[in-house]
Design a protein around this ligand. Structure first.
Ligand SMILES: Nc1ncnc2c1ncn2[C@@H]1O[C@H](COP(=O)(O)OP(=O)(O)OP(=O)(O)O)[C@@H](O)[C@H]1O
Ligand SMILES: [Mg+2]
Length: 319
């Protein structure tokens, strides 16, 4: 097995036979930096425990912070943040979107290029979070934009003591003002994704129904398991099928496979592949705003309802 030093990130090969049987964790010393830390046996994905999302009612007081995460690129993380965010506002919720991806795609779609970002929040005092959050063209939706210089944060903080909690600590100052906080993460596992997962109550894992994407799901579930053991024991994960084309045999086969493998851990809502969503992005708009009757716009409204019900916050608001 491979062990990674939690301080200097050096990787070592370790013979599993040297670890006592039936132990999940053990103490390791890094032969490079001499740091002593707790390491874990690798866990097969099928063994990862999932708690039913209905249990989330009991942690509702922690706020509804949701990371949208998958290290696979182009699976609709950003599209989900924007469109789910809008759907939640249409269902009467106050939503903060956090663009935690240096690509700044969410900020571009919301017309907030070159604005202050989490980088500025960390350069200035605790009140800087308030100043960096901007209004969006949509009522009840706010944005903490991304900027190019955020790349420096990865260099500066990745691997430092307790670096995973930096976003969580800042969010605690503003959480009460929003019903939902959605965090868009990059297609990689580093400072931003690990901070987002540590700060979140839930993770939405968007995936397409193609062969390689299902491997991406396995990988991100493995990362979430590590997060659960290290920084955020209560985090819940659910898989969202995106860009689904029911006319494609391969997509249908893979969807059934996902249902079989991750029974009860998929959202019931499936986001269809929809040209209207692409058209909406050209206009820098959420699809529901562009065409309320579109299949994807309706699907994101259904997803918002499903999430509100599972987080115990559904209110008597049809729409
Ligand atoms: N339901 C959909 N139907 C059709 N196209 C879609 C749909 N959802 C997303 N797309 C398109 O797929 C592409 C990737 O979407 P998006 O940028 O949201 O993915 P991402 O996971 O955030 O990518 P990255 O990993 O680069 O951050 C975009 O061109 C987007 O317009
Ligand atoms: Mg993106």
């Amino acid at each position: 097995m491979i062990v990674i030093c939690e301080r200097c990130q050096s990787r070592f090969r370790l013979d599993e036979n040297r670890i006592k049987p039936n132990t999940k964790s053990f103490t390791a010393r890094c032969s490079r930096c001499r740091h002593v830390f707790t390491a874990y046996r690798p866990v097969r994905i099928q063994e990862i425990p999932f708690v039913d999302l209905s249990a989330a009612k009991h942690i509702a007081h922690q706020g509804n912070t949701i990371a949208v995460s998958n290290q696979k690129g182009g699976v609709a993380k950003t599209s989900t943040c924007l469109n789910l965010g809008l759907a939640l506002t249409r269902r009467g919720k106050k939503v903060l979107l956090i663009d935690f991806d240096v690509q700044a795609n969410l900020s571009i779609l919301l017309g907030a290029r070159e604005a202050a970002s989490f980088y500025d929040v960390l350069q200035k005092g605790p009140q800087a979070m308030d100043r960096a959050v901007v209004e969006t063209p949509y009522p009840d939706m706010w944005l903490l934009p991304a900027s190019k210089n955020m790349v420096l944060l990865n260099k500066k903080y990745f691997g430092a003591d307790d670096y995973e909690y930096i976003l969580n600590d800042r969010l605690n100052l503003v959480k009460d003002r929003y019903d939902y906080i959605l965090i868009d993460t990059p297609p990689s596992i580093e400072f931003f994704t690990l901070n987002a997962l540590t700060a979140s109550d839930h993770v939405i894992i968007p995936t397409q129904c193609d062969y390689l994407s299902t491997h991406g799901v396995d990988q991100i579930l493995g990362i979430i398991d590590l997060i659960r053991r290290k920084t955020n024991p209560a985090i819940e994960a659910r898989i969202l099928v995106t860009m689904f084309n029911a006319d494609e045999t391969a997509a249908c086969v893979i969807q059934s496979k996902l249902q079989e493998l991750y029974r009860g851990r998929l959202y019931q809502t499936v986001i269809p592949h929809d040209g209207r969503l692409r058209e909406a992005q050209i206009m820098s708009m959420p699809v529901y705003h562009y065409d309320a009757q579109s299949h994807s716009g309706q699907a994101y409204m259904a997803l918002a309802r499903e999430i509100m019900e599972s987080t115990g916050r559904a209110k008597q608001n049809p729409a």
